[in-house]
Write a new protein. Structure first.
Ligand code: TEU
Length: 526
């Protein structure tokens, strides 16, 4: 199709591998399990799959602590399974991106095991080591995302090492050219095997301010409200430990490699301000970044409206998400699946890459994880209030013990108290189920490919949010009352209506939570 890059028409889906499908009865999702479920993704209309890390890992942060970037953890399968996954996905027209987690490695990575042997070890400088402060404490005031200082003292060599996440995740020293060269080779290794791109974990981290100065503390009234991190971490202005412009130099190296392979780089750049975020999407840098403006808050229609307008105006190629493995699911935050589907409809019409998080197509709220079963390292901070476990419970494929996810009596994380109606099996043939609605919505997006330009927001009542992009109009009633609806002059065909599987007529009124996608068949006369 002309010379549009393939990913501009992609419909993304995040697979949290440990919880997607177990094939060997050990209670962990795995690659053969994922392969056996590709038809579910194909039926849904997904064309781009992002899989969470599958490399050998001590699993202190469930794979976001990588011990071997070229290997596959035996819990997940083998390298041969990755090759099979790529083939099976490509046969179905689904491209695959993997997570690239290189702000840090696992403390079990051979580089770090070597680095901690002595101050003169050849691997030492691949990490960030400093002498203690004069009082013996950490070299500066930086904090770990998951609580406590970002420095751990290494008795053996008498220095502290830096870790912005857990002490089991030492930060790499990106000022060392060997690190950059090694990671270039890792990219090539996977692209040569046929991988279609990477989701770049913490893409705006990587480099630190060279002098490692103390971060300033925020005034109480400026402390942001945010999930997914320890409360203490939010009290600092992270001026020196993250968001250094030099990270973009690294993105440029990667872009040159990725473009050679026609692969895509989608950054996990956790910056809510769209204008600042947009500086990371560049002709010679990342192709796209996720935009997380909708993953934090509860149900706040005015916020959805202002944030979406700002984000869509800031950059043409953002990756749109409402849920991920790092925050409470949208249905839990909004209080209903219907609201999440209305917002999903708004996202599905925009230019950029819409992503669903596994289980979102089923309208799932967070699963229940009883105290005592916590797995997330963040569950140890703030009385567990920020735990990400609830968003990570196993996919409910069918009713009954094991949910069709596993034959084991227990999974790595509790099953989450799912009801029969939550399962793929019960939703598949029910035209009004969240699964069927998402399938129709994605099909409508696919039918309207190519037609999307920067959205023009419709004058709205404040309750009905809508926009026009090319000949397409998308609108959702985010209020609690019915509202009259008129897309404007012309002949319109209904491509999608949350409330009517057979719809081809434009509704004259939108019920609360109802959302539509329309196509203009002929311009207004005159
Ligand atoms: O997450 C990065 C992360 O912690 C952000 O979501 C965070 O809330 C934000 O940067 C704060 O501003 C990624 C992974 O998605 C997560 O699962 C890992 O735990 C983390 O990196 C460490 O690799």
């Amino acid at each position: 199709m002309r010379d549009r890059p393939w990913w501009q028409d992609a419909i993304g889906y995040q697979v949290y591998l440990p919880s997607f499908q177990d094939s060997d009865g050990d209670g962990w999702g795995d690659l053969p399990g994922l392969i056996s479920r590709l038809d579910h993704l194909h039926d849904l209309g997904v064309t781009l799959l992002w899989i969470s890390p599958f490399h050998p890992s001590p699993m202190r942060d469930h794979g976001y602590d990588v011990a071997d970037y070229r290997g596959v953890d035996p819990r997940y399968g083998t390298l041969d399974d990755v090759d099979k996954l790529l083939c099976a996905a490509h046969e179905r027209g689904i491209r695959v991106v993997a997570d690239l987690v290189v702000n840090h490695t696992s403390s079990e990575h051979p580089w770090f095991r070597s680095a901690r042997r002595s101050r003169t070890d050849p691997m030492r400088d691949r990490y960030i080591w400093r002498d203690p402060a004069p009082d013996g404490g950490p070299p500066n005031n930086w904090l770990s995302h998951f609580g406590g200082p970002a420095w751990t003292f290494d008795e053996h060599t008498g220095q502290y090492y830096l870790h912005l996440f857990t002490p089991d995740q030492p930060d790499l020293n990106w000022q060392n050219p060997e690190v950059a060269d090694e990671v270039d080779d890792i990219l090539r290794f996977w692209f040569d095997r046929g991988l279609d791109g990477f989701r770049i974990d913490t893409a705006h981290y990587l480099t630190k301010h060279p002098g490692l100065p103390d971060n300033p503390w925020l005034a109480a009234e400026d402390v942001p409200v945010q999930g997914g991190v320890a409360a203490e971490w939010l009290r600092q202005d992270h001026r020196y430990d993250i968001e250094q412009p030099s990270a973009m130099d690294i993105h440029r190296r990667w872009r040159a490699i990725a473009d050679f392979y026609h692969a895509v780089l989608i950054g996990e750049v956790y910056i809510l301000d769209p204008a600042r975020l947009a500086t990371y999407v560049q002709a010679d840098g990342l192709h796209s970044t996720f935009w997380f403006g909708l993953v934090e808050s509860g149900w706040a229609p005015e916020r959805v409206a202002t944030m979406l307008r700002a984000a869509a105006a800031a950059a043409p190629n953002l990756a749109w998400v409402q849920s991920s493995h790092d925050r409470k699911r949208a249905v839990t935050r909004y209080g209903s699946a219907r609201r999440a589907i209305a917002v999903a409809t708004l996202l599905m019409g925009l230019p950029g890459i819409p992503f669903l998080y596994n289980g979102e197509e089923l309208g799932l709220p967070d699963g229940t994880v009883p105290p005592g079963h916590a797995q997330d390292p963040l569950a140890a901070a703030d009385g567990g209030s920020q735990s990400r476990d609830g968003a990570r419970t196993p996919m409910p494929w069918e009713p009954g013990p094991g949910l069709g996810f596993t034959t084991a009596p227990a999974a790595w994380l509790p099953f989450g108290d799912r009801r029969p109606g939550d399962t793929v099996a019960e939703q598949r043939d029910d035209p009004s189920s969240p699964l069927s609605i998402h399938r129709r919505l994605i099909a409508a997006r696919a039918r309207t490919a190519c037609a999307r330009t920067a959205p023009l927001w419709l004058e709205d009542s404040g309750d009905v949010l809508g926009y026009r992009t090319g000949p397409i109009v998308v609108a959702a009633n985010l209020s609690e009352a019915p509202h009259p609806f008129d897309p404007g002059p012309g002949r319109w065909r209904c491509e999608f209506d949350t409330d009517d599987p057979e719809a081809d007529r434009v509704p004259a009124e939108l019920a609360p939570g109802q959302a539509v996608m329309l196509r203009q068949e002929a311009a207004a006369a005159g």
